[in-house]
Design a protein around this ligand. Structure first.
Ligand SMILES: Nc1ncnc2c1ncn2[C@@H]1O[C@H](COP(=O)(O)OP(=O)(O)OP(=O)(O)O)[C@@H](O)[C@H]1O
Ligand SMILES: [Mg+2]
Length: 178
């Protein structure tokens, strides 16, 4: 069985996490791998239903998703996790939980700068925050702690989705995981 892995795509809203994960999932499936995408928005509607955006709720959400990702990855699945995960200590806990089981964990910082995320605003969140209709938006009035030493950093400004996805795929290949 090919080794599984968790690939956590962390970054600001609109950075490109979901978009990259979905292209990468297609590439990995075409290569015959079992892949699951654990998307933040989708999981907030089921696994983390009822949780909000306080620090405590964000941490609970990230820990739950990390738990499920590790279970999948331990059994040969590539778990792609496009979830903001704004707090460094919580991300580190998720990595430690993977390490404890000998499960591969890669942290990819989708490091698209705030100005570009705001310009894209695919869900209209930045516009709603600017209009005072939304509070606790990560990067605006809620913290985002950038990873110090991610396994990979991808700034998607001025590059296309295929290029960004390829960089993550190259990392998986380099680590013997794809
Ligand atoms: N190189 C690129 N990589 C990824 N996305 C890109 C790129 N260039 C432009 N985009 C666009 O940026 C937007 C990223 O939106 P996406 O929903 O993937 O962000 P996200 O990081 O998942 O945000 P959220 O945390 O709100 O879910 C999309 O509209 C996508 O088409
Ligand atoms: Mg997303």
């Amino acid at each position: 069985m090919s080794p599984g892995a968790t690939v956590w795509l962390t970054g600001l809203p609109g950075a490109g996490k979901t978009t990259i994960a979905s292209v990468l999932a297609g590439q990995l499936r075409a290569a015959g791998r079992e892949v699951e995408v654990l998307d933040g928005d989708e999981l907030r509607a089921n696994l983390s239903a009822g949780l909000g955006f306080s620090r405590q709720d964000r941490d609970t959400h990230v820990r739950r998703v990390g738990f499920v990702a590790e279970l999948l990855a331990r059994h040969g699945v590539i778990a792609l996790v496009p979830v903001i995960a704004p707090y460094a200590a919580t991300r580190d806990d998720v990595r430690a939980q993977h390490d404890a089981h000998g499960t591969s964990y890669l942290e990819v910082h989708v490091a698209t700068p705030l100005a570009e995320c705001r310009r894209r605003d695919p869900k209209g969140l930045y516009a709603r925050a600017a209009a005072g209709e939304l509070t606790a938006l990560t990067g605006v009035d809620d913290p985002y702690e950038e990873p110090d030493k991610p396994d990979l950093r991808v700034d998607t400004t001025g590059s296309d989705v295929a290029t960004a996805a390829q960089r993550v795929l190259d990392l998986l290949i380099e680590r013997g995981l794809a």
